[in-house]
Ligand binder design. Structure first.
Ligand SMILES: NC(=O)c1ccc[n+]([C@@H]2O[C@H](COP(=O)([O-])OP(=O)(O)OC[C@H]3O[C@@H](n4cnc5c(N)ncnc54)[C@H](OP(=O)(O)O)[C@@H]3O)[C@@H](O)[C@H]2O)c1
Length: 328
């Protein structure tokens, strides 16, 4: 099968398009024909080798977690899916493995693709929506009427986090650059702050949750913006773990305010909730640019630049042949 592989860690040029062995499945796995993949920052962080001390260097590596496609084969223990089902989800292999014609994951990775979404749209959905849902529901226990400040509101996680916070009845202060204002405000934010013109550490508004998606601040800097009992939440897991000891010292002097981090969990019941929201038009995941597999280096460069509006998608099997591909 055709795949984008890396044989070394490094910059976006390390990708090679190669023919490699099609993966085989265990009894608890599903084999899918991949139609589309979306890029998340974890993909380019792993390409650079940031996680090699945890995950090792099992070259050739196929990156990519977010995927949509068609079920080709199911293991004997699989009950939720059958051959021919159209699915989307987040793969749970070490380095993912989505940037290929075929990929595998266990049942917990996938949900049925909403009929109203193309494969490209569906591939954009899973990681950012699971992250935002689990952040607000499980990590900060967001309540109706509370205020969430989202720093990095125009990116993959940010634009979805706005919508899920609103679905949970919260008020949203969105922080992004001025050029992203129109994009962000379509999701019905309560207020907007342009970080290029205003120092958000000096704003008068207070929040119950400071969701630092862009990871530009710290608990010590933002605690004065939090209401009593408020939470500074940073999804950049490894950086946040390093800062935890210092944050715990700060927490002792902040009247119940807390710093938290978390990692998205694979959960197909949560994907079902998300599929339902998307089907009913309650949640929209927006695509910025679409690339072919052969353009994977350009796609990683664009994503790593960190100023996309929504998500970037790679088309692998364009069955409907109507995806609009960006030329670079
Ligand atoms: N813990 C987990 O399980 C988990 C899951 C998913 C993602 N993450 C992490 O979450 C982070 C964000 O992911 P993402 O997919 O949202 O990334 P992304 O799509 O690349 O985010 C890009 C956005 O960041 C904004 N931005 C850049 N510089 C900024 C600044 N100085 N202040 C405020 N906003 C700024 C940009 O807005 P402008 O263009 O307007 O500047 C852009 O819209 C990454 O570190 C990722 O690894 C963690």
């Amino acid at each position: 099968m055709k795949a984008a592989i890396i044989n070394q860690f490094g910059n976006s040029k390390v990708f090679e398009i190669r023919d490699v062995e099609k993966p085989t499945i265990n009894s608890d796995q599903v084999l899918i024909k991949v139609h589309a993949v979306s890029i998340n920052p974890i993909d380019w962080k792993q390409r650079k080798g940031n996680h090699k001390y945890i995950l090792g260097s099992p070259f050739p590596i196929i990156l990519g977690y977010d995927v949509s496609g068609e079920v080709i084969e199911v293991g004997s223990k699989i009950s939720k899916f059958k051959v021919g089902d159209l699915v989307f989800g987040v793969l749970n292999n070490k380095y993912g493995g989505a940037l290929a014609e075929f990929a595998v994951g266990t049942e917990v990775c996938f949900s049925h693709k909403p009929d109203n979404l193309s494969f490209e749209d569906a591939a954009a959905v899973p990681m950012v929506t699971l992250t935002s849902l689990q952040a607000f529901r499980d990590i900060v226990d967001l309540k109706e009427g509370q205020t969430v400040l989202i720093n990095g509101a125009s990116g993959g996680v940010g634009h979805v986090a706005i919508q899920i916070a609103k679905l949970m009845g919260a008020k949203v202060i969105a922080v992004a650059s001025l050029k992203s204002k129109g994009f962000v405000e379509q999701f019905k934010t309560d207020s907007f702050i342009d970080y290029t013109n205003q120092d958000i550490l000096k704003i008068k508004q207070k929040a119950d949750v400071f969701f630092d998606v862009a990871g530009k601040y710290s608990f010590s800097k933002t605690k004065q913006l939090l209401n009593p009992g408020g939470i500074y939440l940073n999804p950049n897991f490894i950086n946040s773990i390093v800062k935890m000891p210092l944050n715990m010292i700060h927490q002792m002097f902040t009247k119940g305010k807390k710093a938290k981090t978390f990692m998205m969990k694979h959960n197909n019941s949560d994907l079902d909730i998300i599929a339902n929201w998307v089907t009913n038009g309650k949640l929209v995941v927006s695509i910025d640019k679409t690339f072919r597999l052969e353009q994977i280096s350009a796609a990683h460069e664009y994503s790593q630049n960190g100023h996309n509006k929504g998500k970037n998608v790679i088309v692998i099997n364009n069955s409907r042949n109507n995806a609009i591909i960006n030329e670079f």
